[in-house]
Design a protein around this ligand. Structure first.
Ligand code: PGA
Ligand code: ZN
Length: 428
């Protein structure tokens, strides 16, 4: 049984240059492992709380010294020399020590860093790769590699709001290997960058996740340009490369309507518009098509589009099991975007993943817009048999670290890429 000897932590910087938490977990016997946590910008209201110092004189309040101190002092004092038979036992202790419903006291950033560092240290002790250990934590065997969905264009909160929607991603639908999927996405991205230079007279201006972010006149122009880039790459839109869209509608929702490029859009009008997009563009996945508070209208989205596209809940669900349960019961979504730091521990995220799978949903394992060079996300997506993985564009080392880890896992395991459109478990 693993005995935790010591926890230490460090404040490091993420891909936006903002502080985040890196934890190190040492086990009895001397084996040790580290993990770093990401941070979102377009965050959901139901997310577990990231503890920030709020000292405006330092990193404009984004400092993580309090979260780091929580690990170095309180968590180390409480957990050192304790044995934990399994991940769930450690995570349960972390939740109890924090004592708040949203991890506000010690911080989800502190708790998740410890949860992940412990998982890595135990994988080392058991001499298994992290993805195998994570599969064991979830309780289902390795089977496939996730299909990457790769950012092409960005808007919304990640790109200064030139269009309301946040991401247009490419889905290499026909690719049979990770290697092939990335090569296809590279070609489309290069063609898109050339199109942006020609059409908008600008070199690649990149958003937080590396998506191209020219001043698209409308969201429809953004989608049409994505189709043009696929065609310019000599690929068939919809057949070889499809599109995924993160509408991130919570971020332009105002009480009872959506603020769409300066005009008010009623809820039903937004659903009509999204239905038109699914008809006119090769979209296979629609994330946060409605706002996180708009529970009443999500079932309409599923009823109208759910047989043609994945209706994915990100801000709506925040990887929180009770919200996923509510969405299953009310048929408000048919796919989960899983971000471990939205809930704060590996075990709670595993519960979220299991719930979604048991309902027959697909699961996209997702990075955040603020990332580090740590690549545990790739192991998680393989270990938990993600149907898709959403990391960002094929640029910037914090994204590439994860793509490179996926390539290494593909080389090591020779697992096949999950069949499109995924391998959901049939509902019980
Ligand atoms: P975030 O955005 O990491 O900034 O929250 C990612 C997303 O909305 O999917
Ligand atoms: Zn999202």
């Amino acid at each position: 049984m693993p005995i935790l000897r010591r926890l230490t932590a460090l404040e490091i910087l993420d891909s936006r240059g903002r502080p985040t938490v890196n934890a190190r977990c040492e086990l009895d016997g001397g084996l040790a492992a580290e993990a770093s946590v990401p941070a979102g910008a377009s965050t959901g209201k139901a997310e577990a709380l990231e503890l920030r110092d709020r000292d405006s004189a330092r990193y404009r309040g984004w400092g993580c010294r309090k979260a780091v101190a929580a690990i170095n002092r309180e968590l180390n004092a409480a957990l050192a020399d304790q044995s934990f038979a399994e991940q769930r036992a450690l995570d349960q202790r972390l939740i109890e020590l924090d004592g708040t419903p949203n991890k506000a006291r010690l911080g989800a950033n502190a708790l998740l860093a410890v949860s992940l560092a412990f998982a890595r240290a135990v994988a080392l002790e058991r001499r298994v790769p992290l993805y195998s250990h994570l599969a064991q934590i979830l309780g289902s065997p390795l089977a496939t590699l996730p299909r990457p969905t790769i950012n092409l264009f960005s808007g919304g909160k990640h790109a200064g709001g030139q269009v309301p929607i946040q991401d247009v991603l490419v889905v290499p639908a026909a690719a049979r290997t990770m290697d092939e999927a990335l090569a296809v996405a590279f070609e489309v991205y290069q063609c898109a960058a050339e199109l942006v230079l020609r059409q908008y007279g600008m070199r690649a201006l990149k958003a937080d996740e590396g998506g191209l972010a020219p001043p698209f006149p409308t969201a429809e122009a953004m989608l049409a340009d994505a189709v043009a880039a696929i065609e310019a790459a000599g690929l068939a839109p919809g057949l070889e490369v499809a599109l995924a869209v993160d509408v991130a509608a919570s971020h332009f929702f105002q009480e009872d309507h959506y603020l769409w490029s300066g005009a008010a859009l009623a809820r039903g009008e937004l659903v009509d518009r999204l239905e038109g997009w699914v008809r006119d563009y090769p979209i296979v996945s629609l994330e946060d098509g409605l706002a996180e508070e708009d529970w009443a209208d999500w079932p309409q989205l599923v009823a109208r589009l759910g047989n043609r596209v994945l209706v994915v809940g990100d801000d709506l669900l925040c990887t929180q099991p009770h919200r996923i349960q509510r969405a299953i019961e009310s048929r408000a979504a048919n796919a989960l975007l899983l971000k471990v730091n939205q809930v704060g521990t590996l075990s709670e995220a595993a519960t979220a993943c299991r719930l979604a799978r048991e309902a027959g949903w697909q699961v996209t394992i997702s990075a955040r817009s603020g990332e580090t060079e740590d690549h545990w996300l790739a192991d998680l997506a393989v270990g938990w048999r993600g149907d898709q993985i959403k990391i960002g564009s094929l640029t910037q080392s914090e994204r590439l670290a994860k793509y490179n880890r996926l390539l290494a896992i593909e080389y090591q395991t020779q697992l096949p890429l999950v069949a499109w459109p995924g391998n959901p478990v049939a509902p019980n």
